[in-house]
Design a protein around this ligand. Structure first.
Ligand SMILES: Cc1ncc(COP(=O)(O)O)c(C=O)c1O
Length: 410
């Protein structure tokens, strides 16, 4: 690792101060920052190729089509899908989950069926299925985590013959735990259910191969993997997508339109109604190039080094409780914690005074936090550009938080 370049230099936003202190960004799990390479790609597109893809035969429209569709191929290869027909651009992971809910689940589920999810789901992958269950009469069944935030394999027995759909996070945005999605998918398929994996917290941190996983659907957002906001991806197996009805109607998703009838475009365009966020898609392509350049090997090594260090340093503080597994092998670079007797919003506001940005609140996972009897907590999440010095600043300033709130650091 010693001869690695300083990745911080790739991120212009980190080169500034907040409240007179150098910014320390520990909130990459909420949204990641963009490297110059991604910003340059968007600027280049706007300078050279902006037009409406798929709609014109003039030079700029064709360049826009080429830019847009080349990213589809990059995404396909990035996640190991078999065909670009299986890659649908959405606004974000949330919209991708909703697409499956509306176009697949609402059409296929009926009273008495079962949807199985984990208690650790982000609201995007929980409220959606709760509402599908209400609308279809299906039962929503939860698989629960153990006190350390791991999914016991025994919980997989809840996926039974009545189960038609399973939705599971690849990595929890609160606990940091990496879930045994291969076993979840295998169990889902044993009973004939379709399985959706929420990869929002995974794709920027580990290589993902959807063909090898054999999941039916896989979703993620660009803005958690160094692209702009406004782009997400739904991967779906071609044979399933082929049979699904469109989600949104309008331009580009059609083949022929008559006064009374419409035939729909082929995959993947059938699911991409209207003009897409083309700059965002372009930025996603550049973000994938960037991740390849940095390499998952380096990302994993850096993130694990930081996570191991942060877990150790945080546990030196007697007033800190970690919410999630302490075993490095089971987790990614997201650490949620409770500061005894201090509300997380106070924690994050006081840390902000020292330039340290962490997330506070329920992290869009209220049922999980209620189940863990935590209700609200703070979260630090790391990217490969963070440093041990920044973790020291977090830990040292947590002592300041306690002092500000009138407690000693013990
Ligand atoms: C695990 C997980 N799933 C889904 C989402 C939703 O992502 P988005 O808001 O980009 O749709 C998030 C966002 O934090 C997440 O962490």
């Amino acid at each position: 690792m010693s001869n690695l370049r300083d990745f911080r230099e790739d991120f212009p936003i980190l080169n500034q101060e907040v409240h007179g202190r150098k910014i320390i960004y520990l909130d990459s799990a909420a949204t990641s920052q963009r490297p110059q390479q991604v910003l340059d790609a968007v600027m280049k597109y706007d300078h050279e190729a902006n037009g409406n893809p798929h709609r014109g035969s003039h030079a700029l429209s064709m360049r826009a089509t080429e830019a847009f569709e080349s990213v589809r191929e990059k995404v396909r290869s990035f996640i190991g899908a078999r065909s670009t027909k299986e890659i649908i651009f959405t606004k974000n992971a949330t919209e991708a989950i909703n697409l499956v809910a509306y176009s697949y689940a609402l059409e296929h589920l009926k009273p008495g069926d079962q949807i199985v999810i984990t208690i650790a789901e982000h609201h995007a992958n929980l409220v959606t299925w709760q509402q599908v269950a209400k609308k279809t009469g299906a039962h929503l069944v939860y698989m629960y985590v153990d006190p350390e935030g791991r999914l016991p394999l025994g919980e997989l027995q809840k996926i039974d013959q009545k189960t038609k759909l399973v939705a599971c996070t690849h990595m929890s945005n609160v606990l940091g735990s990496i879930f045994p999605v291969d076993k979840v998918i295998q169990r889902g398929h044993e009973v004939g259910a379709k399985v959706l994996i929420d990869g929002a917290q995974a794709v920027a941190h580990m290589p993902v191969d959807v063909a090898e996983l054999d999941c039916d659907f896989y979703v993620f957002s660009g803005h958690k993997m160094f692209s702009l906001t406004g782009v997400g991806v739904l991967y779906g197996k071609e044979e399933i997508l082929e049979k699904m009805e469109p989600f949104l109607y309008g331009g580009d998703m059609i083949e022929y339109v008559y006064e009374e009838e419409t035939s729909f475009n082929e995959l993947p365009f059938k699911f991409e109604a209207g003009t897409q966020g083309i700059e965002s898609v372009v930025s996603l392509g550049a973000a994938i190039d960037y991740l390849h350049e940095v390499t998952f090997e380096v990302i994993h090594e850096k993130e694990m080094e930081l996570t191991e260090y942060a877990l150790r340093r945080l546990q030196e503080l007697p007033y800190i409780r970690i919410v999630g597994p302490k075993d490095l092998n089971l987790r990614g670079a997201v650490i949620s914690f409770v500061v005894e007797d201090v509300h997380p919003h106070d924690v994050s506001m006081i840390l902000d005074n020292y330039g340290v940005g962490v997330r506070a609140g329920h992290h869009c996972a209220q049922p999980l936090l209620r189940f863990m009897e935590v209700y609200t907590c703070s979260r630090a999440s790391f990217a490969f550009f963070n440093t041990k010095e920044e973790i020291d600043a977090l830990v040292d300033n947590l002592n300041e938080v306690r002092r500000w709130m009138g407690y000693g650091s013990k």
